[in-house]
Each structure stands twice: as C-alpha cells, then as structure tokens.
Design a protein around this ligand. Structure first.
Ligand code: MEV
Length: 429
C-alpha cells in the first residue's frame, strides 16, 4: 500500500497530497490541474439534475486514511463541511487496523415497496386473496420493470401487514402489502415505485378497497449492513490511562447512549457524520440513509444507540454497528456527477454490498473516535486545534505561516480572528 508515503498527509499542501496519491497509484498520473478540474460539476449536468438550477454549492472532499475492512485497505473519500470528522475517522481506523481491522456482514439487498389499502371490509378475505395471488402480483411487478429481471433481480416476494385503527392518533386501519425487490446494484427507488404503481390497481380489484398510495419504503430492514471490530486493551492505552480503563469508559459511555434517547441522538449523529459524508461523496441519497438509520435506532420501542460496545471474555473491546444501507453503485446522480465517478474509482469500483461494508465500517470508526475522545480528553481539544488552523487561514496566513500562526494562537489568551491577524502581522514584520 505504500502507507509511509502518505504519512503526515494532513501536513502537506493539497497539490502534494494529490501528487502522493498519484505516486502511490491511488490516482492515475495526470497534471494536477486536470485532476482538480475533473471534479467540478459542469453547469449543464447540474442543470439536468435539478430544477431551477442557478449554481453549484460545493463541499470539501477529503480522504479518511488507514481503513482495513475485511482484510483490504481503503482510503475513504468524504464530503463534509464539519472539521475534525475526517481526522477522527482516520485516527480511529488506524487504531482498529492495528487490531486487525473491521469485519463486515451484509444481508441480501432486498428493498421494500409499500401499497397501503384503506376501507377493507373483510380483513381475513382480503389477506387470503392477496396471499393466493402472490405469484400474479410478482409477475405484474416484474413486467413493469423487465430490465431488472434480465439482470437477475426483480420482485421476489410479498409480505402482508395489518395496521389497526388507532383512536388516540385518529388514524384508520390499513392493509399494507410489501413488495420485496432485489435491486442488485441500484438503490432502486424508481424501479420500486414503477412496480408498486403497476400492482396497485390489481390489489384494489382483489380487495374491493382503495389504495392510498404505492411507494418505496426507506426503512430498508431487508438490506442491513453490520461492521464489527475487536480491539485488545493494550492498543487502547493512551496518555496515562490504561487500556482497561479506556475500554471500561467506552462501554459505560455506550450504555448511556443505549439507555438515554437524549444521548443516543447525539451518539448516532456522530455515526452519521461519517456515513453521510461517504454516502454523499458516492452520489447516494443521504436523506434515505439518515431516515432509515434513525428509524432502525427505535426498533426496540425506544430510540437507542446504533452501536454496541462490550467487553469480550478475554478483555478485548468489541464494537458492532448495524444499519439499513440501501445505497447503490448505479443510477441517480452516480453515473453523471464527476465527483461520484471519482469516488467510486478511488474505492476500486466496489459493488453495492462492498460499498455497504465500507460505509458501515466508517460509521463504527466515527463512533469509536467520538466516544473515546469524550471519555478521555473531551472533544474540544482536537476541535480547538482545527479551529486555530482555520482562524490562521482566515487571517491570511499561507504556507509555513499557517503552522506558526496556529501554534501561537493555541497559546494565546483569546482564540479569535483578531488575535490571529495580530499574530500574523507580527510574524511578517
Ligand atoms: C459532533 O459532530 C459529533 C459528536 O457529538 C458525537 C458524539 O457525541 O458521540 C462528537
């Protein structure tokens, strides 16, 4: 991998980083300006992506380093506006790589489309009629989108759910039919919406009821990704604290996030810091993943931490994260957005299951980094270092000046733009 060649990556200029990636063959050799230009979203493509387009809104794209996932090394492209997130992910991944890296388990990629029926007169008869017509329902769905069947996927089953009338919430009862669809490399929203709309009239005729709607469900409980890691305590020891102490604090912090929804939301937000950044960078729908992940966090009836950190019998720290991850490697903006084209190339063109494995591992790393910081130094120490650097740059520092102003600023009484400007002026005089 030539790991050493990327050492102190954060200390290099952008051009030096790109050059190092080319030398290490993560990127093909080409003029650096060509590479930078290749990441820009052309206006005509942007104009085709949305309505009323007037410009583009850019996010920084960075790389998280040191990821070892199922014995393969990765650099993870992340699009995020938040300082510290990429540094934290890299730091966590480095520790976890020393301990053997992440292992993952990915379920079959089955997405769900829903048709809700209202005004069912005879519940048992309707359920029986739909069950008996399962084959026909699947045929109608697949005929509406034959190309997925040719590629080896398509509708593969149904599930029928009865939702009882809720007087307190003032809701009717619904008979809900779930269509299960193997979407292969696609996230499959369009495909599923086409299919459910095609079977809607048939379900109405079978039940003599009215379909409220047919739509994909973003609660993709049949498309789950799990990442695990196992960290020996000696790898955890840090700054005068023993590995045992840090392990126990991490387990305790996780218990707090499992028990208390107020903490769980922040804990899970930290997980999504990493997941969203990679989901966005790969041209996927971050809102779909966010919505599904948070719903999954409530599956016990209470909103809880998505991660679980426990102590193994031999004392190792064990981490686990499972979330629904209905991402795709084709479709949507993936094939047309130059940033997404680049990130898929950077990851070695993973298939959808592999991409899920990479994304869920990043989420686990992000959580490990956050809670380790929270139970040791707190997160402000690292944040303030990055804040000082950003103030130095905002004050106009360039090249070597950035480091010098940052260092002086961290020792100064007030860490603000005015102080950064004064330090820079003094340095230059
Ligand atoms: C900040 O964006 C994320 C954290 O608050 C996550 C957490 O508290 O676990 C640091």
């Amino acid at each position: 991998m030539g790991k050493n060649k990327l050492d102190k990556f954060y200390n290099r200029t952008i051009d030096q980083r790109i050059e190092a990636l080319m030398t290490e063959k993560y990127l093909e050799q080409r003029p650096i300006d060509d590479f930078k230009e290749s990441l820009i979203l052309p206006e005509e493509i942007a104009n085709h992506m949305i309505e009323n387009q007037i410009g583009t809104y850019q996010l920084p794209l960075g790389l998280a380093l040191h990821f070892l996932i199922d014995d393969k090394e990765y650099l993870l492209p992340m699009a995020t506006e938040e300082p510290s997130v990429i540094a934290a992910a890299s730091f966590a991944a480095k520790t976890i790589a020393v301990a053997g890296g992440f292992t993952t388990e990915i379920t079959d990629r089955v997405m769900i489309g829903q048709i809700a029926l209202k005004g069912i007169k005879d519940k048992e008869q309707a359920i029986h009629a739909i069950s008996a017509a399962e084959e026909e329902i699947i045929t109608i769905a697949n005929e509406a989108h034959p190309s997925i069947v040719k590629r080896g996927g398509g509708a593969c089953g149904i599930n029928i759910r009865w939702i009882e009338r809720d007087q307190e919430q003032d809701t009717s009862s619904f008979l809900v039919v779930h269509l299960h669809v193997e979407t292969l490399e696609a996230m499959g929203a369009n495909m599923i919406n086409t299919m459910v709309e095609a079977i809607k009239p048939y379900l109405e005729s079978l039940t003599a009821a009215k379909a409220v709607m047919g739509i994909l469900s973003n609660y993709a409980t049949e498309c789950l990704a799990t990442a695990r890691c196992r960290i020996p305590v000696d790898v955890l020891a840090r700054r005068g604290l023993s590995g045992v102490e840090i392990r126990d604090r991490i387990v305790e912090a996780n218990q707090f996030a499992i028990a208390d929804p107020y903490r769980a939301v922040t804990n899970n937000k930290g997980i999504m810091n990493g997941i969203d950044a990679l989901v966005i960078a790969t041209g996927n729908d971050s809102r779909a993943i966010e919505a599904g992940a948070h719903a999954y966090a409530t599956r016990s009836g209470q909103y809880r931490s998505l991660t679980k950190w426990t102590k193994a019998e031999n004392g190792d720290l064990i981490g686990e994260l499972t979330i629904p991850l209905p991402i795709g490697t084709v479709g949507g903006s993936i094939g047309i957005h130059p940033g997404a084209t680049f990130t898929h190339q950077m990851l070695g063109y993973p298939d959808a299951k592999r991409l899920e494995a990479i994304i869920v591992s990043l989420g686990l790393a992000q959580n490990f980094a956050a809670i380790r910081a929270l139970v040791t130094d707190g997160i402000q120490k690292g944040h303030m270092a990055l804040h000082a650097k950003s103030l130095a740059i905002n004050a106009g520092a360039t090249g070597d000046e950035v480091k010098k102003v940052t260092q002086a600023l961290r020792k100064a009484e007030h860490m603000d733009l005015k102080t950064a400007e004064q330090i820079l002026a003094k340095l230059r005089s």
